[in-house]
Design a protein around this ligand. Structure first.
Ligand code: SF4
Ligand code: SF4
Length: 433
């Protein structure tokens, strides 16, 4: 229990935070799986250490500024959750804590960090602004080294080039067959700019499988970025906007599907984000309908089965933390990939280990993110697949970046989202699906 600061004084998240703190028995089973503990070797940068720090801050026994660096270094990868025998819901503690710690002005990030975050928050969730920011950053790249380190990383880590802009996907019905199911698609924000081909592939695969796709207008960023960096008001605004956009369709849907693990996990956290508001019940209904596209397709069953790839290929699958740890999804994407004839799926050593992308972590903590990215790429190169598959735009971008920066860029596999590889197979169908 939280003693000095009782759970009710923490507002609507108090009970969940208190339950997470109380469940921890300090056994330490989570330590070996925590990327920051493995990187830094310090108890305070482990899940157990952070839980103790947060408890002491919340009980008024520790200055929030003393805990802040360790809390900031948490990736939010949630590798600690499946490793915990006591079922500590770490996710119920870390994001509410970040939102709460900023509320009284103490324990807040430095002015420079706040400026960088404001810059990110004002651009990344809005596709037009984000696209423009990347183009500006490209032009300003020579000046990046003149900026303070924390701000320069915003420019240097943005992708060097962008695919041709595409209009967001639109609602479509399968032709020549009665729909087997009806889903709504979250278009996402940054992914629309960085890889519009993912949503295009998702719509193709859904239509090929007889699924009607609805893309509700007025939808926006899922809000996960704001939530995980402690900006509760912004996270709530995004969540309310998406409830307004999707709820009119919800009862007619079999699922609300996402193609980005981070967004799917964010949508499923709407009940926590909107806890204590008049929209909590709607948020629960919304979250219950939300599925990663791999889960939806696997449950539905591929029909028709994907045609063979033109040439045999070997692929390896990298687990996105926000699919594997946050949503418990590991078997479904692998099963879909194994269903593609001519494709051999090779297990990647350490496939569940965080690649260091974690939302804006590679902007906030570039050293740790870089080290995790290099480790991930070293494992991929050792495994030597022709195609590397993952289910999250952040992981795909991070892995591509570090493959290009590695000593062996010419051995880099092609990097694809699960639905892109499925779409490649379906495009090879004799009927020309
Ligand atoms: S494994 Fe669970 S109970 Fe054990 S220290 Fe970690 S969070 Fe606490
Ligand atoms: S979320 Fe990831 S980085 Fe944070 S404490 Fe858990 S395992 Fe460590």
């Amino acid at each position: 229990m939280l003693h000095t600061l009782q759970s009710e004084t923490l507002g609507p998240h108090g009970d969940a935070m208190s339950a997470a703190v109380t469940a921890c028995v300090h056994c330490g089973f989570c330590l070996p799986v925590c990327p920051t503990y493995r990187e830094l070797g310090q108890e305070m940068d482990s899940p157990r250490g952070r839980i103790v720090l947060m408890k002491n801050v919340l009980e008024g026994r520790l200055d929030p500024d003393a805990a802040r660096p360790h809390i900031e270094r948490c990736l939010g990868c949630l590798a600690c959750e499946p490793a915990c025998p006591s079922g500590v819901a770490y996710r119920d503690l870390i994001s509410p804590f970040r939102a709460n710690a900023g509320s009284d002005g103490r324990g807040r990030p430095s002015r420079l960090d706040r400026l960088r975050r404001r810059l990110v928050a004002a651009t990344l969730p809005y596709p037009k602004r984000f696209g423009m920011a990347i183009r500006l950053a490209k032009a300003a790249a020579p000046l990046a080294s003149l900026l303070p380190k924390g701000l320069g990383s915003f420019f240097t880590l943005l992708p060097k080039g962008l695919p041709r802009p595409e209009a967001p996907p639109v609602s479509e019905r399968p032709s020549g067959r009665k729909p087997r199911a009806r889903v709504a698609l979250l278009s996402g924000c940054a992914q629309q700019v960085l890889a519009p081909e993912i949503n295009r592939a998702a719509v193709e695969v859904l239509l090929a499988n007889g699924v009607e796709v609805v893309v509700p207008p007025g939808q926006g960023c899922c809000g996960a970025l704001s939530w995980h960096t402690g900006d509760l008001p912004a996270a709530r605004d995004f969540a309310r906007g998406n409830l307004d956009a999707f709820l009119p369709e919800l009862d007619s849907l079999d699922a609300l599907v996402t193609t980005a693990a981070g967004c799917g996990s964010g949508l499923r956290e709407y009940p926590l984000i909107l806890a204590g508001t008049d929209r909590e019940a709607e948020a629960k209904r919304f979250a219950e309908k939300t599925l990663d596209i791999s889960v939806f397709l696997h449950r539905l069953g591929l029909d028709p089965p994907p045609p063979p790839l033109p040439e045999p290929a070997v692929a390896a699958y990298h687990d996105a933390c926000h699919l594997a740890n946050a949503q418990g999804v590991t078997a479904e994407p692998r099963a879909l990939l194994r269903a593609i004839p001519n494709l051999t799926l090779r297990e990647l050593p350490g496939a569940a280990f965080c690649c260091g992308s974690a939302g804006t972590y590679n902007l906030d903590q570039p050293e740790i993110a870089g080290s995790l990215g290099r480790e991930t790429v070293a494992r991929i190169l050792l495994s030597d697949p022709e195609i590397l598959v993952s289910g999250n735009i952040g992981c795909l971008t991070q892995i591509r970046h570090h493959l290009a920066e590695s000593k062996y860029p010419n051995r880099a596999p092609r990097v694809l989202h699960t639905v892109e590889l499925l779409a490649l197979a379906y495009r090879n169908a004799p009927s020309g699906v």
